[in-house]
Ligand binder design. Structure first.
Ligand code: ADP
Ligand code: AMP
Length: 214
């Protein structure tokens, strides 16, 4: 089965964590514009202006992420579907995505919004650590890395500090004011509770995916 879905949710909502499970199950790639931008920063190809915007918790210009997505969805592994994590974030990005898909004779199957109260997000993001070798996401309190993981491999994102997370949550709240109604109007939006154990949230996500009429 092909599956083209968008994951929306504030920073720290658990999109990346849930995406890993869904992508494995449906054999689709996880496409995260945040990961792609961070890879560009690491490679030294991301303009300083964009690095500064990310460091402050703002959104990079629409066209920068639209260009990344336009290229990425044409790669072989995305032909039969994909999970977009953190894109689109604005209505112009959503419109551009519709156009990119329509030009390829396809469309989105669903948009899942993971809801988590702002009060929980700060702790989730600030204590997040990612294993740079495996990409595995941990949480120092809720999902601590096993003892065989070398602490030197655990990355703490530059924007996962309290003040920046607050800005990112605020940016998210402003953006969803337009983006969620955009998808709701066309009947694609499914809002899910992102609070609870990781496996409980996974159960809700899989339930939502099974309910899609193809
Ligand atoms: P996002 O991709 O939406 O920014 P992540 O999946 O990276 O979020 O999760 C943010 C942090 O919260 C990570 O440290 C992750 O381990 C932790 N986390 C994810 N889901 C849950 C959950 N259901 N309960 C508690 N912590 C969680
Ligand atoms: P994320 O990994 O999704 O939390 O994204 C990290 C940062 O990358 C964000 O705070 C933004 O600065 C930038 N970013 C990622 N995706 C987008 C997007 N779709 N539109 C604009 N900025 C983005």
């Amino acid at each position: 089965m092909s599956l083209r879905l968008v994951f929306v949710g504030p920073p720290g909502a658990g999109k990346g964590t849930q995406a890993k499970v869904i992508c494995e199950r449906y054999k689709i790639p996880q496409i995260s514009t945040g990961d792609m931008l961070r890879a560009g920063k690491k490679a030294g190809t991301l303009p300083k202006e964009l690095i500064d915007t990310m460091a402050a918790g703002g959104l990079v210009p629409d066209q920068a992420v639209i260009d990344l997505i336009a290229k990425r969805i044409d790669e072989e592994d995305a032909k039969n579907g994909f999970l977009l994590d953190g894109f689109p974030r604005t209505v112009p990005q959503a419109e551009a995505l519709n156009k990119l898909l329509a030009d390829r004779g396809s469309k989105l199957d669903t948009v899942l919004a993971l809801n988590v109260a702002a009060s929980l997000l700060i702790e989730r993001a600030v204590l997040r650590r990612t294993d740079k070798r495996t990409g595995q996401i941990y949480h120092l309190k809720y999902n601590p890395p096993p003892p065989d993981v070398n602490p030197a491999d655990l990355e703490h994102r530059a924007d996962d500090h309290e003040e920046v997370v607050r800005n990112r949550v605020e940016t998210y709240e402003k953006m969803t004011a337009d983006l969620l109604p955009f998808y709701k109007k066309v009947g694609l939006l499914q809002e899910l509770d992102g609070v609870g154990k990781v496996e409980e949230v996974t159960g809700r996500v899989l339930g939502a995916l099974e309910s899609i009429k193809k």
